[in-house]
Write a protein that binds this ligand. Structure first.
Ligand code: SF4
Length: 348
């Protein structure tokens, strides 16, 4: 994009005076980039950006965290998880609390690390906290492939895997007032964007597939403004995203996983919005079925934040009893969380 074009986009977005627009970014990485680049401050008051349910840690229900802490405290079992997940509270404790009480918890940077831990400690069962969206699911497939190739039998997954198109459909069917979607670039790189073509036509709202840099996001928002009233999809992340996604990654996912209903924090069970291990790989499952109970901390408004009904600042606990140092709810824990990013933005 030339400097002139970007300048014009900035001017038009700053001076926009049309109908009020609510534009949702459903990907947590987009949320973080929007804040980092100060994009809301570049937009007219008539364009409001809303963070959607695309942060995997934020949408994980209490029962899942409870199962993880139970496993961590079980003799002969260890839990491996990405860092953010350690601080999310279940009904009585977080994984970090379980670790402080003597539970076995390993913070890892990739699922592959768990294989080395498990291989070196064959008497113990290692369970990976497998949360994530379409982007991460092939990584868990590779973990199982590698475990089989290396003959490592003491590894399992506790899955809380979600898919984007179904939750977007659920939001729109629930009456959410969204005028356009910044479609998730990483998810589309894996899964493609054909589902969003269907959704755009069904709901009559535009979707734009976007990259993650500030200028790319501005161009995406500009395109969404110009596409108002058109149920179409544009791909502004070419070269990375193809319409059909990555056939190899999709194949890997399909080999090990199949669609299932899934519980989302504050949204309940959304049919077909999750992925579970296929029955032939059940020996790798650590008890993922039926983890649906969703009990949020008293006063936490994550459910309303995740669906764009309120901004994080409208939660009475925001910045008072709930901060990144002492998070009350999952949306304040994750660096992709809406509450976390709004809190950080106050200091910019
Ligand atoms: Fe929950 Fe904290 Fe966000 Fe309020 S500010 S919705 S308590 S995470």
């Amino acid at each position: 994009m030339s400097a002139l074009t970007l300048e014009r986009i900035r001017e038009e977005l700053a001076s926009y005076d049309g109908a009020p627009l609510r534009i949702m970014e459903v990907c947590g990485t987009h949320t973080a980039s929007i804040v980092k680049n100060g994009i809301p401050s570049l937009l007219s008051d008539k364009i409001r950006l809303i963070s959607g349910p695309g942060c995997p840690v934020c949408v994980t229900v209490t029962a899942y965290i409870d199962r993880l802490t139970e496993l961590a405290l079980t003799e002969g079992t260890a839990v491996c998880a990405f860092g953010d997940l350690l601080r999310v509270r279940g009904s009585s404790m977080s994984l970090a609390d379980a670790k402080a009480r003597g539970g076995r918890v390993h913070m890892v940077y990739s699922p592959a690390q768990m294989l080395d831990l498990a291989e070196a400690d064959p008497q113990r069962t290692y369970v990976f906290a497998a949360v994530g969206f379409e982007t991460t699911i092939p990584v868990y497939a590779i973990l199982i492939q590698e475990a089989e190739r290396r003959g490592i039998r003491n590894v399992k997954l506790l899955t809380s895997l979600k898919t984007m198109p179904q939750v977007i459909g659920w939001l729109m069917d629930s009456g959410a007032k969204i005028d356009g979607f910044i479609a998730p670039g990483h998810v589309c790189a894996v899964a493609g964007y054909e589902d969003y073509i269907t959704a755009a036509a069904k709901y009559g709202v535009p979707f734009v597939v976007s990259g993650f840099e500030g200028p790319q996001l501005l161009a995406t928002i500009y395109a969404l403004v110009k596409m108002q009233g058109r149920g179409e999809v544009r791909n502004l992340y070419p070269g990375v995203v193809e319409k059909e996604g990555s056939p190899e990654s999709r194949q890997l996912t399909a080999e090990f996983f199949e669609p299932c209903d899934a519980a989302w924090r504050g949204m309940g069970i959304i049919p077909g919005s999750g992925m579970r291990l296929k029955d032939e790989f059940a020996q790798y499952d650590a008890g993922s079925e039926g983890l649906t109970e969703d009990r949020m901390a008293t006063g936490c408004q994550c459910a309303h934040v995740l669906t764009g009904e309120i901004t994080p600042e409208q939660c009475p606990l925001f910045g008072k009893v709930c901060t990144p140092q002492d998070p009350h709810g999952a949306c304040m824990v994750s660096q992709e969380g809406s509450c976390f990013n709004h809190f950080v933005a106050r200091g910019i």
